[in-house]
Design a protein around this ligand. Structure first.
Ligand code: AHR
Length: 519
């Protein structure tokens, strides 16, 4: 009798133990990857950039003029071109932004000393001398080996002005605009595919209603002609953030043969538009909000894509996220209209998350442009006179080059949460692709700044023979590069993983971005 009682007691204790274990078991951090099941191509244009006539993006950051002591080629900084070439930047958006809707392109052609000046009313009220215009921008694109993405003026321009700009740049025959181009020193036309028809026309681009802009777009886009074999990809000024009405109206009213893309703008602003927060001084709660607001991009893209699917189930119109990135208070002592901010490891995590989101939505997201390339907002590069530094965000773009035009491998990710106060978000974020040589790349971000995460990756559908890794991390979340210490944050080799058969056990350091190359 006693032994039966003992047996029952042991059994109950065991059952209790298992229940306890089950209830409080740490969630599994696991990725399942079917490497032989690829989906859409991740367009390289998702890795696009943006250079506006704003602060020191163009002037000082890119353009120094032919007589500058800073080494340049026809006025364009050699160091900046060489750095950007490391990123294989696929396209460059110009001249704005808000500047685009007050830019009159004819002021920026012909002999520089004769070009009229204007006031850049949006960005600091400074005098724009138009020394960097169409020829200079297209020269920059040629030096970079990148595709131009030009945004035309709808807000204060005319249909005729925009139509003539397309003719000036792309028409090969005898015509008033093609002849003017020849007179200005360029015989053969350039190729320009990406053409924006206005920018933020709900705001700085004219404060229009969705209905009014849709009609305007129909007029303007009609006269943006395809000359010869130059086929335009016309991009409508799309919604800001969650303005789903704007998206629905455009999709409903505009015939798709004249609209190949719709833009979306969404910035990560940690606090409020009045006090956005500092780029370098922030606490964990502000960091959490920054990441949480970045993750909102996934919801935005999903919801806008759903609306687009209703009207365009064949996905003929691309979603073009042509302004994204972090936006903080400007660095103390700098011109508030110049939007100059530092860039820390936090920005690198933001970049990695956004790029993973775009990759994972590449069936609809055909293009994206981080704002902006040099010295403005979430920049790749900061310059100070002749000096130049690369930001942590630069290194993310360099690591993620492996995804350019690769085939998305949808992955199944389960992970623990990163918890701050009473709020939580998934601690890991990832995307994967297979390139033209059959090599698989996985990019993973551990957003938890306090904890290493042990991650298991089950790779199915291929025989894994080798794995290499790169990592971007630092001791502090606000670590950043300065002109005095330009290499505080940069990519390193990553080896903290073990391969057993086709399973990869990865130790993801706290606050890190990792890229794994799997063969
Ligand atoms: O990137 C800075 C500005 O942000 C752009 O000019 C405008 O389009 C947006 O509001």
């Amino acid at each position: 009798m006693k032994s039966v009682l003992k047996f029952i007691l042991i059994l109950s204790a065991l059952a209790l133990g298992f229940t306890f274990l089950f209830m409080f078991k740490a969630p599994e951090n696991r990725i399942i990857l079917n490497a032989d099941q690829t989906a859409d191509t991740i367009s390289r244009h998702i890795y696009g950039h943006f250079s506006e006539h704003l602060g020191h993006c163009i002037y000082g950051g890119i353009w120094v003029g032919e007589n500058s002591p800073i080494p340049n080629t026809r006025g364009i900084r050699n160091d900046v071109v060489a750095a950007l070439k490391r990123l294989n930047i696929p396209n460059l958006r110009w001249p704005g932004g808000c500047f685009a809707d007050e830019y009159h392109w004819m002021d920026g052609i012909g002999p520089r000393e004769q070009r009229p000046k204007m006031v850049n009313t949006h960005w600091g009220g400074v005098i724009e001398d138009n020394s960097f215009g169409t020829h200079e921008f297209l020269d920059l694109c040629e030096q970079l080996g990148t595709e131009p993405y030009i945004c035309g003026n709808v807000g204060s321009g005319t249909v005729e002005e925009m139509s003539k700009w397309v003719e000036y740049i792309t028409f090969d025959g005898e015509s008033p605009m093609a002849n003017l181009r020849r007179k200005n020193g360029r015989d053969k036309p350039w190729k320009v595919k990406f053409w924006g028809v206005g920018n933020e026309n709900w705001g700085c681009g004219g404060h229009m209603t969705a209905e009014f802009y849709s009609d305007q777009f129909r007029r303007y886009a009609t006269y943006c002609r395809n000359y010869g074999d130059n086929k335009l990809f016309r991009i409508a000024g799309g919604p800001s953030s969650r303005d789903y009405h704007w998206m629905r109206t455009l999709m409903e009213k505009v015939p798709y043969r004249i609209m190949q893309g719709v833009s979306l703008h969404y910035y990560t602003v940690p606090k409020t538009w009045g006090d956005k927060g500092s780029a370098t001084e922030f606490n964990e709660s502000e960091y959490f909000t920054t990441i949480q607001k970045t993750l909102f991009m996934d919801e935005l893209v999903t919801q806008h894509a759903k609306i687009m699917d209703q009207f365009d189930p064949k996905k003929q119109v691309g979603l073009v996220v042509d302004e994204w990135g972090t936006w903080y208070n400007v660095e103390p002592g700098t011109n508030p209209g110049f939007l100059y901010q530092q860039n820390t490891l936090r920005d690198a995590l933001v970049a990695a998350i956004n790029l993973n989101i775009f990759n994972n939505h590449c069936d609809r997201v055909k293009m994206a442009n981080i704002a902006q390339t040099v010295n403005v907002l979430q920049a790749m590069i900061l310059t100070k006179d002749e000096k130049m530094i690369l930001t942590p965000s630069f290194y993310v773009f360099e690591m993620y080059k492996v995804h350019h035009d690769a085939a998305l491998i949808p992955l199944n990710l389960s992970c623990e949460d990163y918890v701050v106060e009473d709020k939580k978000i998934p601690a890991l974020n990832a995307s994967a692709s297979k390139d033209k040589n059959g090599v698989t790349h996985i990019t993973i971000t551990n957003i938890n700044p306090n904890k290493q995460i042990d991650l298991t990756i089950d790779i199915r559908g291929m025989k894994v023979t080798s794995v290499n890794g790169k990592i971007l991390t630092a001791k502090e979340l606000n670590a950043h590069n300065t002109f005095e210490n330009p290499e505080a944050v940069k990519t390193q080799d990553f080896k903290d993983f073990k391969l057993s058969g086709n399973t990869l056990f990865v130790k993801m350091p706290a606050k890190s971005v990792v890229m794994l190359k799997v063969k």
